[in-house]
Design a protein around this ligand. Structure first.
Ligand code: PEP
Ligand code: MG
Length: 746
């Protein structure tokens, strides 16, 4: 005797397939399906509700309710039992619907005499599409097999909806993946971009959800699993030795790939009438639903792994590789769950914009996107589920907003904004070769931050006075092994050549914290931002630091050289780092290499402790650069990567300004050159306030130089200083409101 599950769902799917093959389209097709489900399951009613927009469900077809209510009856997410099924993505099965929590009576449908209710979410890969409902007059609790059968049908309906099977004549159904969507994320890199979606990992399309022969499908599934296991083993043997994290993930993959429970559930779905790929997707949908509900970060990650493996299985089964052959569209905007810095660099400047579902402001990808000046929005909701390759998309990197398939009104407003920005760019270009001199005659040196060779052309186009911060770790981050000294020397030499005599301040390697090198042993620290990073690593394990210092001396080849040590927290670290440099110079002299014509050695002030260092430190340092990103995080004890707390403390907070002013005073006393090179230096209002309290050198992203210079040239620092002082005296928490008011009235 066949298994009961098989009989219910196979019977239903068989009939469904016949109905779908009949060639009807749109509404007629939906009506037919509700009719045959009601008949097969011996219910009085079968209805299909589909999402009209993110919040509203619409009755799209029914057998048994009043026909005039079709496309008229609508429910909000969470409203009534149908809304509850959609909101919770969970089955509701009850013999006595009116006594059920959330029941809402809808007289227009004529359902008053109905007693039992079975509602199944229609969803595809975690994306809710609607609800499939059957109801009877007689009280009846549906059996597990009946529920399962209807779940399988809902799965097929989701696939058919995805494929557009219910669009067309009279269906009044907004086709999926055609509606406009807005995603609100966080700013990763400012700027606006308009273009077309280019999915980093295109979604796999399943065109054959129903299958005749379960044995053939099970065999296909087995073969796919065999190939999956082989590829996981290959990945494991290719993983770098000592990379604990990657090995752990792959071990988990191997465990899943051998999990009997997972395979058995898929085989059950095949037995129920689904094809092998539809069975994988059914399990994947279930995993994604669980994923959204699991509060535990570790478990959520494991469900992510399972999701990743399911994608791999689907690619094997459908023959669609990670490259589905989709052409890179014109003006590509990369859409991905997340992406590594190396992959991002492979795409390079061909991308107009980037939208990530995950990521953080301080992540490697964000650093690279900033270096390439590509607008980036991070934490942008479930965009990879919604976007299709080639979809029109607009990225507002200033606000952290993404418009997918925007309608005309949104598109026009967006383009107006971009046109205004272009106007501003013209204004900035016209002052490119003019000095950043304020109305009261004070000159501020504006330099740029860089990290890649590709940044150097901006030196000319932005009008920067030089490179105030060259982050050398980017070169280490984008490779898969430690670069050789010769390679580095050649690269730094090219940087100096491209700078054509303008000063470049090279910061030695700042790894650790969020910047973990793929080929170095991860340290497993509870708090890496305050852990073994930057100069701490350089001094404890000086091999790489020495190699880097030698490369810099060789690159300078008799030209002036500026070297800066990151994350110096106490005087002694600076002394030790200088000693390393002195030894490197000695070695190079012995090897008869030309020594730099002049040598400036500075420190980054990124921890509050250094602001209170002995006077001798300030005397010894040739220059100091305030790394505001780190300094602010440690000053306020607010993680720079944690969006929630990061925004809580304003840079123009009186305490922080007072603190900066103290650093300025100490540097003035010893005549130590001081600059500010954190992201805040590139924000015009912040830059103006820094200048007003006495900073004379600011280093920023090249794109910020125009806007900062424009504001400085229009302002009198003396007046801004008066506004700041008055605000400070008033007991205000931040001087920003007062400065903004002053700017508006000037
Ligand atoms: C800083 O901390 O402000 C800085 C410039 O260094 P990074 O952002 O590379 O840590
Ligand atoms: Mg820093």
């Amino acid at each position: 005797m066949p298994e009961p599950r098989e009989s219910e769902s196979r019977k239903l799917l068989g009939r469904l397939r016949e109905a779908l093959a009949e060639g009807s389209a749109g509404q007629e097709r939906l009506d037919r399906i509700t009719g045959l489900i009601a008949e097969s399951m011996r219910t009085d009613v079968c209805s299909i509700y589909l999402f009209r927009d993110q919040e509203t469900l619409e009755l799209c077809a029914t057998h048994g309710l009043k026909p005039e209510s079709v496309h008229q009856t609508r429910l909000r997410l969470g409203e009534g039992l149908v809304g509850r099924v959609a909101r919770d993505a969970q089955v509701v099965n009850t013999a006595d619907a009116p006594s059920e929590r959330g029941f809402r009576f809808m007289p227009e449908t004529g359902e008053e005499v109905l007693s039992s209710f079975l509602g199944i979410p229609i969803q595809r890969l975690g994306e809710g599409l609607g609800v499939l409902v059957v109801q009877t007059k007689e009280p009846r609790k549906f059996s597990d097999d009946e529920v399962y059968a209807l779940e399988v049908v809902a799965m097929v309906l989701a696939e058919m909806t995805e494929l557009g099977a219910f669009q067309g004549e009279g269906a009044a159904l907004a086709a999926l993946h055609q509606r406009p969507f807005m995603f609100r994320g966080n700013v990763g890199q400012e700027g606006a971009a308009e273009g077309h979606v280019y999915l980093h990992e295109p979604r796999v399309v399943v065109t054959n959800p129903i299958a005749d022969n379960p044995e053939t499908e099970k065999k296909r599934l087995q073969d796919a699993f065999d190939r999956l296991r082989v590829s996981v083993d290959e990945m494991l043997s290719a993983a770098p030795v000592g990379d604990k994290e990657q090995t752990q993930v792959l071990e988990t993959y191997r465990m899943f790939a051998n999990s009997r429970g997972w395979i058995r559930r898929m085989e059950e779905a095949i037995q129920g009438g689904l094809s092998a790929e539809a069975a994988v997707e059914k399990e994947q949908t279930a995993a994604r639903t669980r994923m959204s509900k699991v509060p535990d970060a570790y478990l959520r990650e494991r469900l992510h792994d399972l999701d990743d493996l399911s994608n791999r299985l689907l690619r094997i089964l459908t023959g669609q590789g990670s490259n589905t052959g989709a052409e890179i569209p014109a003006d590509p905007i990369l859409v991905a769950r997340n992406i590594g810095p190396g992959e991002l660099l492979d795409y390079g400047r061909s991308l107009r914009g980037i939208v990530l579902e995950e990521g953080s402001v301080g992540s490697h990808a964000a650093i690279v996107a900033r270096a390439l000046a590509i607008p980036l929005v991070i934490n942008a909701g479930p965009i990879t589920t919604e976007a299709l390759n080639g979809d029109p998309i607009m990225v507002d990197g200033d606000e952290g907003i993404v418009h997918l398939r925007p309608d005309d009104t949104v598109a026009t407003a967006f383009r107006d904004k971009v046109a205004m920005q272009a106007e501003a760019q013209k204004r900035y270009a016209s002052i490119r070769n003019k000095p950043a001199k304020t109305k009261d005659g004070i000159h501020i040196s504006l330099t740029m931050n860089a990290g890649l060779m590709a940044d150097l052309p901006s030196l000319e186009s932005s009008g920067a006075d030089g490179v105030g911060l060259f982050r050398t770790e980017l070169q280490f981050l984008i490779r898969n092994k430690v670069p050789k000294r010769g390679e580095l020397a050649a690269l730094y030499a090219r940087v100096l050549d491209a700078a054509k005599g303008k000063k470049v301040v090279f910061r030695t390697l700042d790894i650790g914290s969020d910047k973990v090198l793929p080929y170095m042993k991860p340290q497993d620290e509870p708090n890496p931002a305050m852990g073994w990073r930057a100069i701490r690593v350089g001094l404890d394990k000086p091999g790489v630091l020495r190699m880097q210092l030698q490369a810099l001396i060789r690159a300078a080849n008799g030209r002036p050289l500026s070297v800066m040590f990151p994350f110096v927290a106490q005087f002694e670290e600076f002394i030790d780092a200088r000693e390393q440099l002195a030894q490197a110079l000695e070695r190079e002299a012995k090897l008869k290499h030309a020594l730099p014509e002049t040598l400036e050695v500075g420190a980054m002030l990124e921890t509050p402790s250094l602001a209170f260092a002995p006077r001798q430190f300030f005397e010894m340092a040739d220059f100091i650069s305030i790394g505001g990103n780190d300094l602010k995080q440690f000053f306020f004890a607010a993680d720079r990567e944690n969006e929630r707390v990061r925004r809580r403390y304003d840079t123009l907070n009186v305490s922080f300004l007072n603190f900066l002013e103290n650093i300025i005073t100490r540097c003035n006393e010893t005549e130590t050159m001081l600059s500010f090179c954190g992201e805040d230096a590139g924000r015009p209002v912040e830059a103006l306030c820094f200048a007003a309290i006495g900073l004379r050198s600011l280093s920023m992203r090249p794109a910020s130089i125009g806007p900062v210079k424009n504001l400085l040239r229009r302002s009198s620092l003396k007046e801004v200083r008066e506004v700041i002082d008055k605000a400070r005296d008033s007991g205000a928490q931040s001087v920003r409101p007062a400065v903004m008011d002053w700017l508006k009235s000037n």
